[in-house]
Ligand binder design. Structure first.
Ligand SMILES: *Cc1c(COP(=O)(O)O)cnc(C)c1O
Length: 427
């Protein structure tokens, strides 16, 4: 079923680390061969061996209106014909920035960049520059891209200094990243207390989507905001995954907590390399050339990417979010029926069209709860579903996504296949 992919993988491995250009694509945690993709349309993807998949990865979220949408394709082709990059300002960049400002309460001014990593590292530089403080607090299991300051694992105790979890990250960088526990305000306050006057910002995924899909507990995000006020750090919401995914105004609007700085990516670029950071006017005016905090990019605001972003956001009105939420609820209900009928030790999480299916019956509040899942059974489920033509993310630590093209008929197919695969796993 994967012969051609297998041969492409060995060819790729000779010239690309792991044969892939981003590690999770190599299927290391689930094993096996990643299908090499030829094309995608709507809710489906096809691989070089001719297999068709219902796609729950959606290029890790961006394909929210479905793959290769006809009007995105048409508009981007036209944009490309006008020139794919100028290194000079264009009118459409204003249009996209205005759309974000209009949609997201709390974003007054924003800067377009090319990746979520770039958005998050720029947001941290802004917070440090604006507060004249150096430390940041991040949460175990939250991912903010691969900038040095984010690649930090916990020390043995919550108050010990973090140490790098990638060679190449200096000890100097590691000591400025403090690690807290998601949905645990006490762990955050302890860090603030132990580092009084030194914390520039808390950076958090308001819904932790890089450890499955973990919604914030009641009061968690408000609590972070309060602690920032009390101890004088800024609050950064990394909405690279949740922005324009869980609602028009992202997670900030959904949970009614406004951070000082937002990071966006994924959906905002409609499948192209485009991201952004923005927030309060007095902060964003400190970015060059308005202010002294430097940040730049040759391809920032790329006209083809901006065109895809505008067209994608234009389609995501209130009705579209209502449809996605209904689809999410439909899938959740169908899976719950299987779980209950078969009495399976599985649990689900969901915020709109972003979901998690965990191989445990314990409540999922943070990274450790996901580590405690039956990862072996997850892997068997993953491969079983892949063989049946359903492409879940290749790790228990990743969220699933729906698009506007995932109709109930498509979801019915998934539910039926999942029933069979789960039946085989649990007997
Ligand atoms: C994907 C992601 C990033 C990194 O974005 P890239 O475009 O891959 O650099 C950062 N933060 C969150 C929450 C993400 O999901």
């Amino acid at each position: 079923m994967f012969e051609k992919s297998r041969s492409l993988l060995s060819r790729a491995q000779r010239v690309i680390p792991g044969g892939v250009n981003s590690p999770v694509r190599a299927f290391k945690s689930v094993g096996g061969t990643p299908p090499f993709i030829t094309h995608a349309k709507g809710p489906h993807m096809w691989d070089v061996d001719g297999n068709q998949y219902i796609d729950f990865v959606l290029t890790w979220g961006p394909a929210i209106i479905g793959h290769a949408d006809a009007s995105v394709v048409e508009k981007c082709q036209a944009a490309m014909a006008r020139g794919s990059s100028f290194g000079a300002p264009t009118e459409i960049e204003i249009e996209l920035a205005e759309m974000v400002v209009e949609r997201v309460p709390g974003v007054d001014v924003l800067r377009l960049v090319s990746s979520g990593t770039e958005a998050c590292m720029s947001a941290v530089r802004l917070a440090r520059g604006a507060t004249d403080r150096e430390k940041i607090i991040k949460f175990k299991g939250c991912y903010h891209g691969h900038a040095d300051c984010f690649l930090i694992a916990a020390g043995s105790g919550a108050l010990t200094l973090g140490h790098p979890n990638s060679p190449g990250v200096t000890k100097g960088t590691a000591k400025d990243t403090l690690l807290a526990s998601f949905n645990d305000l006490e762990s955050v306050e302890a860090l603030f207390k132990a580092n009084e006057g030194e914390v520039a910002a808390i950076i958090v995924e308001p819904i932790c989507g890089n450890t499955g899909c973990i919604p914030p507990a009641d009061g968690f995000l408000e609590g972070l905001k309060k602690l920032c006020k009390q101890y004088g750090g800024l609050l950064i919401f990394d909405e690279v995954m949740t922005g324009f995914r869980v609602g028009k105004g992202g997670a900030a609007q959904l949970y009614d907590v406004t951070p000082d700085i937002f990071c966006f990516g994924k959906v905002i670029g409609g499948g192209f390399p485009l991201a952004a950071y923005g927030g309060r006017e007095d902060l964003m005016r400190q970015i060059a050339p308005d202010g002294p905090i430097y940040q730049a990019g040759t391809l920032s605001g790329n006209p083809v990417a901006v065109t895809a972003g505008i067209e994608t956001l234009n389609r995501m009105d209130e009705n579209a979010y209502a449809q996605l939420d209904a689809s999410g609820a439909y899938l959740e209900k169908g899976m719950a029926e299987i779980i209950n009928r078969r009495g399976l030790p599985l649990s689900q999480t969901r915020v709109g069209s972003m979901f998690g299916l965990f191989f445990t019956d314990e409540k999922i509040l943070r990274h450790e709860d996901v580590s405690a899942c039956d990862l072996g059974k997850f892997n068997t489920f993953f491969h079983g579903m892949l063989k049946e033509g359903v492409y879940y993310a290749p790790s228990q630590y990743e969220a699933g996504f729906l698009s506007l093209q995932h109709t109930n008929e498509i979801l019915d197919q998934v539910i039926e296949k999942a029933d069979g695969v789960l039946g085989n796993i649990f007997g």
